[in-house]
Design a protein around this ligand. Structure first.
Ligand SMILES: [Zn+2]
Length: 360
C-alpha cells in the first residue's frame, strides 16, 4: 500500500509502496484512511528539527501522520462498538502500561515517558491507505462532520488545555457575577489552526477573545473572527489597545512573541504555554518574577490529550458545524493527494490554516 514515510532523525519524506500485515485480530478493526492533516509536528520531523521522533522498534523508517480520520472496513472478533462503515479517529499517544496515569487512560500525563505516539515516536502513523488498530484507541465521528472529523486531533489537545485552564482557575472563584466567563479576557498568540481552535473554544466558553499575530488577518481569518465575535489583532499596531488579560495562551513557542504581553495580566491570571520551538531567547528579570508572585499568576504547559478530550472535540466540531456552517470547514485551506504529501509537509502553503491529504 501507499504510505508517506520518514527516517528520523534524518530530514525528508517520501511516498513509498510498503508491505504491512493487515491481519485483524480480536478486538481490532481495519480502517481505510480518508484524510490526514498536516501539522507543525509533522513538519518538525520532516525538517529534522524534532529530535525525539523515532521509528517502531526494529524498523528503520516511520510512517508519518497523527491527525487522521478513516472508515471501518473490517471488524475483528469480539468487537461490538464499531461496525463496517463507521467513521473513526484514532488517538495519538498510547500509554506506557506502567504508571498509574497511563493505567487509567491518561497517557497525556505519563510519568515514565515510555509511551509511544503514532506517526511521531515509536509507532507507525496514519499517512497510509489503511491501518489496523485496537478499538480502545478509536473515537467515533458522526456523519455530519465527515468533512472536518480529521480536525478532532489537533482540537483534542486544545480541549485538554482549556480543561487545564478551568481546573487550575478553580483555585478561586473565577466566574463572573452572572456565573459565566463573559467578563474574562483571553489573548491567544499565533493564528494557526491551534490558535484558531483556542479562540473558538474559549469564545464558546464565554471568554472575550483576541487572536494575535504580527500581521493583518487573511480573508479566512477575518471571516472566522467576525462570525465568532472575536478580535483578530495585529500586534505591530502596539499593545496599548489590547485589554488587560485573564488568560494568555501562547501557541508559537517564541518567548519574544508572548513575553511583552505579560504586563497585560490582571490579578490571578493564567499563562498557558502550548507552542514549542527552539533557539529564541528573551531575558526574564526579577521584576517580572515579583509581578507573577504578587499577582498569583499561574503558568502551565500543556501537551497531548486523553481519549475523553477526543470525544469532547468531536462534540465541539458537531456543535460548530450545526451553529456556524462553513466556518470550521473553511479552516481547511488546501486538500492535496498523497503524491503531493512530501512537498506540502516540507513547506507551508501561503495563506494556509490547515492542509489535509485526501487518501480516498
Ligand atoms: Zn505512563
Amino acid at each position: 500500500m501507499k504510505a508517506i514515510i520518514v527516517k528520523p532523525p534524518n530530514p525528508g519524506a517520501e511516498v513509498k509502496d510498503i508491505e504491512l500485515s493487515q491481519e485483524v485480530k480480536p478486538g481490532q478493526v481495519r480502517i481505510k484512511t480518508l484524510y490526514t492533516g498536516i501539522c507543525g509536528t509533522d513538519r518538525g520531523i520532516v525538517s529534522g528539527k524534532i529530535t525525539f521522533s523515532r521509528p517502531q522498534e526494529n524498523a528503520s523508517e516511520l510512517i508519518l501522520g497523527h491527525e487522521a480520520m478513516g472508515v471501518v472496513e473490517e471488524v475483528g472478533e469480539g468487537v461490538e462498538r464499531f461496525k463496517k462503515g463507521d467513521l473513526v479517529v484514532p488517538v495519538v499517544r498510547r500509554g506506557c502500561g506502567i504508571c498509574l496515569n497511563c493505567k487509567i487512560g491518561r497517557p497525556d500525563f505519563c510519568e515514565t515517558g515510555k509511551f509511544v505516539e503514532a506517526g511521531i515516536r515509536g509507532l507507525n502513523g496514519f499517512m497510509r491507505e489503511e491501518f489496523v488498530d485496537d478499538v480502545m484507541y478509536l473515537v467515533r465521528v458522526p456523519e455530519p462532520i465527515k468533512d472536518i472529523g480529521m480536525l478532532t486531533e489537533p482540537l483534542s489537545n486544545v480541549v485538554k488545555a482549556v480543561d487545564e485552564i478551568l481546573n487550575i482557575q478553580n483555585r478561586m472563584i473565577w466566574t463572573c457575577g452572572d456565573s459565566t466567563y463573559e467578563c474574562r479576557n483571553a489573548l491567544v498568540v499565533g493564528s494557526g489552526p491551534i490558535g484558531t481552535f483556542f479562540s473558538l473554544l474559549l469564545r464558546t466558553n464565554g471568554f472575550n477573545v483576541y487572536l494575535l499575530n504580527k500581521r493583518d488577518p487573511s480573508p479566512t481569518e477575518a471571516y472566522i473572527a467576525e462570525r465568532m465575535s472575536t478580535t483578530f489583532y495585529n500586534t505591530t499596531q502596539g499593545l496599548e489597545k489590547l485589554p488587560s488579560a485573564d488568560v494568555i495562551v501562547d501557541t508559537t513557542g517564541y518567548p519574544s512573541a508572548f513575553l511583552p504581553l505579560l504586563k497585560k495580566f490582571k490579578k490571578n491570571a493564567i499563562l498557558v504555554l502550548f507552542g514549542t520551538s527552539s533557539g529564541d531567547k528573551v531575558e526574564i528579570d526579577a521584576d517580572l518574577v515579583t509581578f507573577f508572585v504578587e499577582n498569583n499568576i499561574a503558568v502551565v504547559g500543556s501537551v497531548n490529550a486523553s481519549k475523553e478530550h477526543f470525544r469532547e472535540a468531536v462534540n465541539y466540531l458537531t456543535l460548530w458545524k450545526e451553529k456556524y456552517g462553513s466556518l470550521v470547514p473553511r479552516m481547511i485551506t488546501s486538500m492535496v493527494s498523497p503524491e503531493n504529501g512530501p512537498e506540502v509537509v516540507s513547506k507551508k502553503i501561503p495563506g494556509e490554516i490547515k492542509t489535509v491529504i485526501k487518501w480516498s
